[in-house]
Design a protein around this ligand. Structure first.
Ligand SMILES: *[C@@H]1O[C@H](CO)[C@@H](O)[C@H](O)[C@H]1NC(C)=O
Ligand SMILES: *[C@@H]1O[C@H](CO)[C@@H](O)[C@H](O)[C@H]1NC(C)=O
Length: 351
């Protein structure tokens, strides 16, 4: 037996002639669809059986695995279906993306980490013939920065807890300067994807020269000294003057005071005879004692609509010592004022 087999392998021509001389034979089947068979035999006698299998990386789905060589020299057909072996669905990657088209035999998954994260492990994995991935899912670890630099006269506040001497990518800090130092630069810094901090601000000492008083006003503090950054001074106005603007000024980062307020003068109503409407009261001008309205206050005077023979009120406002008398206002003569006060525009029918 051993002798015959050796002959077989060494002398295919001998084998060839031997079989053909015996009538119909089947030649080695042509197999598609990732099916394979064992051995290298090229010709088979009728009645010979062959067991088919799926190629590596393919799994048999259905159909008989055996084919038989018929008397006519044809193989029986097979419905064997070999489908690519599937690897398990990949797990997602925290702080990264995975890229793949399929999860079958020989498919590749590529892993990438988001900016600021470093990949630890294999950056790609291949689906193997036995349905397992060639490498485990990698890990994306954040880039780290050292501790953020602290400027002189500054303090720092981290937006989250820091372990040890490193801060992870994305950690933010807020800077503050100790008075009388002011912060120059960006108040916030961040650990970047390259492992460095964004620019650190500076704390510089800032003072303001003593501020001057305002006309008709007084100050909460008139010490002739330099004032520190953020120090404040309040202003007030004398008597009937009205303060306009912010009551308080502050020593700013640029070494200057914020805008000062001003004191606005009261007005007198410049008529001798007539009635006015002031604070919802109708008054004869002589009853306005003293004749003084404050800056910003509104006074109405009465005019005559001569065509319609009726009176109407016209408003005017005290603007820093100046109260304009409406053009339509006519001052009555002393005689009219005394003899016929009931004929004044303020006393007759109102339009
Ligand atoms: C994975 O990366 C390789 C090499 O960069 C590339 O050739 C391949 O197309 C990528 N595959 C996918 C699914 O992105
Ligand atoms: C799958 O095949 C790979 C490569 O041949 C091998 O290293 C691994 O141990 C196999 N896994 C299983 C579960 O058979």
């Amino acid at each position: 037996m051993e002798h015959i087999q050796t002959l077989f392998l060494l002398c295919p021509f001998v084998f060839f002639t031997t079989v053909t001389s015996e009538g119909n034979v089947c030649s080695r089947p042509e197999l598609g669809g990732n099916i394979e068979m064992d051995g290298i035999q090229r010709y088979f006698n009728p009645g010979a059986e062959l067991t088919l299998s799926c190629k590596q990386g393919y799994t048999p789905e259905s159909g008989p695995r055996k084919i038989v060589c018929g008397a006519s020299g044809k193989w029986t057909t097979t419905q064997l279906l070999c489908t690519p072996t599937r690897c398990p669905y990949p797990e997602s990657l925290q702080y990264g993306d995975l890229n793949y088209e399929d999860t079958v035999y020989q498919s590749t998954i590529n892993y990438t980490c988001y900016a600021g994260y470093i990949l630890t492990g294999a950056s790609s994995t291949v689906c193997q013939a036995n349905g397992t991935w060639s490498a485990p899912v990698p890990v994306c670890r954040p880039v780290t920065c050292g501790l953020a630099p602290i400027p002189e006269f500054g303090v720092i506040i981290y937006d989250r807890k820091i372990r040890g001497n490193t801060a992870d990518y994305g950690v933010r800090v807020t800077y503050k300067c100790l008075p009388p130092h002011a912060l120059f630069g960006n108040e916030k810094a961040e650990c970047t994807a390259s492992g460095t901090w964004t620019k650190t601000p500076e704390c510089r000492e800032v003072t303001c020269r003593p501020p001057e008083n305002i006309d008709h006003g007084y100050m909460s503090n008139s010490d002739q000294r330099d004032y520190d950054f953020m120090e404040t001074i309040r202003y007030g106005c004398e008597g009937d003057y009205v303060l306009e603007g912010s009551m308080q000024i502050v020593c700013q980062k640029d070494g200057k005071w914020s805008e000062k307020p001003s004191c606005k003068a009261p007005c007198s109503v410049g008529i001798q005879r007539g009635r006015i409407l002031y604070k919802e009261q109708k008054l004869w001008i002589k009853d306005l004692q003293p004749n003084r309205v404050l800056h910003g206050q509104i006074v109405s005077l009465y005019c005559m609509d001569k065509a319609r023979k009726c009176g109407y009120a016209v408003t005017t406002q005290c603007m820093n010592g100046n109260l304009e008398i409406p053009e339509c206002f006519e001052e009555p003569s002393v005689a009219d004022y005394q003899s016929q006060p009931s004929s004044l525009p303020s006393e007759i029918n109102q339009c």
